[in-house]
Design a protein around this ligand. Structure first.
Ligand code: HQG
Length: 187
């Protein structure tokens, strides 16, 4: 039971901290941080109350480490995945590995090969350093395929790469030129 309710709490926190803080009357600052006391108060006011202990449990046990507290646990934010366009997470460009991976669904491939990887509703295109993660991301959308991204070459050509606090690689757009044919078409 505890497991299910923690997952539900985590999903609701993702919704609030990435997409719709307004839903519970919460305000995020420009880097995506919310005040923890305010978050707990607004959750309670909207029938979603949880204790500080429960919030800490959600943050520490989250499978992808989606959330971070600041040092004194007065503020909290989602590490990536926002759709709020005005946020600036303050990530610094860093050197990516030579190859990164993007998991997607086979049905998107034609479109991707025409326009490259686009961020769609998110703030960035999401990439991973390993194929296994890419596979898990892809299978969320349908029959999974994994694309290889020539990240090192992109960076040498002037594109910026970032890594979120939970290890997701991010960039603005991957032109077709830097994509290599699907590695895997899992059935
Ligand atoms: C696709 C999860 C057609 C793209 C995961 C993807 C990840 C195109 C979909 C994180 C396209 C967007 C992000 C184009 C891109 N034509 N389709 N030109 N360019 N696409 O969910 O990368 O659980 O917004 O391939 O683990 O799947 O939320 O992005 O299939 O880290 O923490 O458009 O979400 O993390 O889908 O996943 P999404 P994503 P969380």
């Amino acid at each position: 039971m505890k497991q299910i309710s923690t997952t539900k709490q985590s999903k609701f926190l993702s919704l609030i901290l990435r997409h719709e803080p307004d839903k519970i009357g919460l305000t995020l600052d420009e880097a995506g941080w919310a005040s923890v006391p305010e978050l707990l108060a607004q959750l309670a006011a909207h029938g979603r109350g949880m204790s500080m202990e429960e919030l800490e449990h959600v943050v520490t046990t989250n499978d992808k480490q989606r959330f971070s507290f600041n040092e004194d646990k007065i503020r909290i934010r989602a590490n990536q995945g926002h759709s709020l366009k005005t946020l600036d997470l303050g990530l610094q460009p860093i050197e990516p590995p030579e190859i990164l991976y993007h998991g997607t669904a086979e049905r998107f491939l034609d479109s991707i090969l025409q326009t490259g990887l686009e961020k769609r509703s998110r703030q960035h295109v999401h990439l991973s350093a390993d194929e296994e993660t890419a596979y898990k991301v892809g299978i969320r959308h349908g029959k999974p395929i994994i694309l290889k991204v020539a990240a090192g070459q992109m960076q040498r050509d002037g594109f910026n790469f970032y890594r979120s606090d939970n290890g997701v690689w991010l960039t603005d757009h991957v032109p077709t030129l830097y994509l290599q044919a699907p590695l895997t078409t899992a059935s």
